[in-house]
Design a protein around this ligand. Structure first.
Ligand SMILES: [Zn+2]
Length: 271
């Protein structure tokens, strides 16, 4: 599933091919994504210039001059730039066709992704309204987390995945950050001391930045019509490694269900 680093890599990979380009039209082959694609998408985007690409949480936002084209990649979505006359595959649901002859093509086998149009300020968009701070920005801090978790019995891992507190830290990066910070994923959030939150915030940022850096090698794939869509394999400390040796102490990694998701941790390195 695309998480924050994949969406950021998508933004970085697409920017040189989209920024400043004008849109000719849109071709919608299947409107039935997570939410229906706007019926008049072609009319809405025609003639608009893409000024810049932004990211908010896992949403990719194309500034079309005061109005915004918003993408979410859902479970399996990917975007790439192809020559507009490239024959579409079965799961290529939406093309935004540029005047320069290319198209921004959304491929999404499971159709949990979304293409939305916001005619005004994107923060008014109900999905983006009231999102918590971005983990890579300064508003998100140890103080922010510490103050909001006093008295909370919920496991720290669930708190990291709560989009009201911080947005865009998915299951993989919550597991990895907690390992790197030495915090047990089931520990009550209210029982993590301030200095440990400081360490955790640093490790969340380091984990996400390392993932974005790892994705840098795939930047050129955004203009390839074939091949992988810009996602990348990484070496994880704990995620998906149940039963394997901890890379730091060689104790077998354990897994446990917390909330609805799997937590992976080292019983020796994490308290
Ligand atoms: Zn260990």
């Amino acid at each position: 599933m695309p998480e924050l680093p994949e969406v950021e890599i998508t933004r970085l990979g697409l920017t040189p091919h989209l920024q400043g380009e004008r849109i000719r039209t849109a071709i919608v082959r299947n409107r039935q994504l997570r939410w229906p694609v706007p019926r008049k998408l072609a009319e809405l985007v025609a003639g608009r210039q893409i000024r810049r690409l932004e990211r908010r949480s896992k949403y990719l936002l194309l500034d079309c001059g005061g109005a915004w084209l918003i993408y979410h990649l859902g479970m399996s979505g990917s975007l790439r730039v192809v020559p507009a006359d490239t024959p579409p595959g079965t799961h290529d649901h939406v093309d935004v066709v540029l005047v320069n002859g290319n198209a921004l093509r959304l491929h999404d086998p499971r159709r949990f992704g979304a293409v939305l149009w916001e005619p005004g300020d994107p923060s008014r968009q109900k999905l983006l309204h009231g999102l918590a701070p971005e983990p890579l920005e300064n508003e998100f801090s140890a103080d922010w987390l510490f103050e909001r978790t006093r008295g909370r019995k919920a496991p720290i891992k669930n708190v990291l995945m709560d989009n009201h507190l911080v947005c865009g830290v998915g299951n993989i990066y919550a597991n990895e950050s907690l390992f790197r910070a030495g915090i047990h994923p089931a520990r009550a959030a209210g029982r993590v001391a301030q200095p440990r939150y400081a360490r955790l915030v640093d490790e969340i940022r380091a984990t996400l930045r390392a993932a974005i850096e790892a994705g840098g090698s795939t930047l050129r794939d955004f203009v390839h019509a074939d091949g992988s869509p810009g996602y990348f394999q990484q070496q994880y400390f704990v995620y998906g490694r149940a039963g394997e040796k901890c890379l730091r102490c060689e104790t077998p990694i354990k897994t446990v269900r917390i909330g609805q998701r799997s937590a992976f941790y080292c019983p020796r390195c994490q308290r």
